[in-house]
Write a protein that binds this ligand. Sequence first.
Ligand code: ADP
Length: 189
Amino acid sequence: MELRFGNLIFKIAQGDITRFKAEAIVNAANKYLEHGGGVAYAIAKAASGNVREYIRISKEAMMEQIGRDWIEHGEVVVTPALRLEQYGIKYVIHTVGPYCGGRWDEDKKEKLKKAILGALRKADELKVRSIAFPAISAGIYGCPFEEVVRTFLETVEEFSRGTENVREVYLVLYSRTDYERALEVLEEN
Ligand code: ADP
């Protein structure tokens, strides 16, 4: 299932993002890049084999790229893909979405938009053609899934007007149920 915004294509896919064929994959990180659970743990494990080691690499990159030991919504950190290079992945872009705990409002939406846009802009700067996102904030952070998907759609459309290099944006859903729910949201359009 795909939507076209100018010369950018937005696609919904189902699968494991740690094996997804895109030049950059995005991590739904926490602000300290601790990679303790969910998709963050899965990416750290798959990239390095050793989660602690990937946390160390991420924190070091954060100090170099941001100059602090935490990131705000919209700030991103790039780490090498290491073992994920076998799938054609070159970069992991860490971004932090809002914590919702089941609630949703304009402020959460703005924070999620910033998190998505930050990663898209960085990918463009890195001259990446394709980028894959997990459903940021829709897991442990408890944001309503449908709202997360709608926010992705809006943000990607907004970004599409300014993109220089990014041509394909994927939202990769882990479960079949999430994939089907995302397709329903797309059909509203
Ligand atoms: P957050 O804390 O931002 O909510 P989570 O890691 O808890 O982040 O979840 C974000 C989304 O990523 C959830 O929808 C979860 O099902 C999904 N997810 C978990 N593992 C993977 C994976 N290997 N590939 C793609 N998506 C995944």
